[in-house]
Design a protein around this ligand. Structure first.
Ligand SMILES: NC(=O)c1ccc[n+]([C@@H]2O[C@H](COP(=O)([O-])OP(=O)(O)OC[C@H]3O[C@@H](n4cnc5c(N)ncnc54)[C@H](O)[C@@H]3O)[C@@H](O)[C@H]2O)c1
Ligand SMILES: C[C@]12CC(=O)[C@H]3[C@@H](CCC4=CC(=O)CC[C@@]43C)[C@@H]1CC[C@@H]2C(=O)CO
Length: 258
């Protein structure tokens, strides 16, 4: 069977794999026979989560650290001799308006910088180093060597009040998709980005229940929160469809955040 027609045997690196959408992706990929490196912060549940799955190892790193990501990729090569798929799920959010008139305070610059650093710079740091490994792979009959999947958000297009930093960071990830595909297509590496709507994860759970209910009501159909495995299923689809490239895919039940 040609490589990338199924997840079986593929070496996959999932950032943010200790929680939420990333964890669901690790679970689905390992169940489908992939060998998975779970990358997450040292303070995360990464070790515990990896131990619960077959063919999964935890390699701690902060995705914003060039040195730590380099070590994760070195260890991936040492253990698995290659890297076929990268799924960038690691990310953070912050709720902060551009100016609080009550406190007479503008959005803290360091907070804006932190969100952009983790979400956008961290995603690119993973990509720029993973490409080096993927480009060494033996190509399949279609000359394919690797697949990269990024996580943006519907907030990239319908950012809500208080999401200026988050929306900027996610719009940048969506904006990177096509130029990345153009840059690394010559090496046989495809790049797609998923824009989730509202998914039932610990990140979302930080919202008050009333806010979650209000967001859920704005989903057209099915009117419910997305299941993390539905995100993971989209990742599997992207890997297994050789003609999907350079595309940003909304996965949101036709939600358009107000
Ligand atoms: N849950 C949603 O509704 C939703 C909607 C749209 C987009 N997203 C995006 O999907 C991704 C996953 O979200 P989630 O809901 O699963 O969140 P989550 O908080 O459950 O998981 C995020 C994971 O990323 C890890 N992480 C954070 N910063 C990191 C860093 N610097 N280095 C390494 N790991 C780091 C965290 O430790 C955590 O395990 C995020 O990028 C988020 O912005 C989520
Ligand atoms: C993920 C999303 C946007 C956010 O950043 C918020 C999150 C709900 C929980 C949050 C509480 C906060 O205090 C900070 C912001 C945030 C992490 C939102 C759920 C859906 C939003 C989204 O991106 C939809 O695609």
């Amino acid at each position: 069977m040609s490589k990338f027609t199924s997840l079986k045997g593929l070496v996959s690196l999932v950032s943010g794999g200790a929680s939420g959408l990333g964890r669901a992706t690790v679970e689905r990929f390992t169940k489908q026979g992939a060998r998975v490196v779970l990358c997450d912060l040292p303070s995360s549940d990464g070790e515990k989560v990896a131990k619960q799955m077959d063919n999964c190892m935890f390699l701690p790193a902060d995705i914003t650290s060039e040195k730590e990501v380099k070590e994760v990729l070195r260890a991936t090569m040492e253990n698995y001799k290659c890297l076929d798929v990268l799924v960038n799920c690691a990310g953070i959010g912050v709720a902060r308006k551009t100016y609080s008139i009550q406190k007479n305070l503008p959005h803290p610059l360091d907070e804006f910088e932190r969100v952009l650093k983790v979400n956008t710079l961290g995603t690119f740091n993973m990509i720029r180093q993973a490409v080096i490994l993927m480009a060494q792979n033996e190509p399949n009959e279609d000359k394919a060597r690797g697949v990269i999947i990024n996580t943006s958000s519907v907030a990239a297009f319908d950012g809500q009040m208080g999401q200026v930093a988050y929306a900027a960071s996610k719009a940048a990830i969506a904006g990177m998709t096509l130029p990345l595909a153009r840059d690394i297509g010559e090496f046989g590496i495809r790049v797609c980005t998923i824009c989730p709507g509202v998914f039932d994860t610990p990140l979302l759970a930080a919202l008050p229940q009333k806010a979650i209910d209000a967001l859920t009501k704005t989903v057209v159909f099915p009117q419910r929160l997305g299941k993390p495995d539905e995100f993971a299923q989209m990742c599997q689809t992207i890997v297994e469809n050789p003609y999907l490239n350079g595309e940003t895919i909304r996965l949101d039940g036709a939600l358009r955040m107000v």
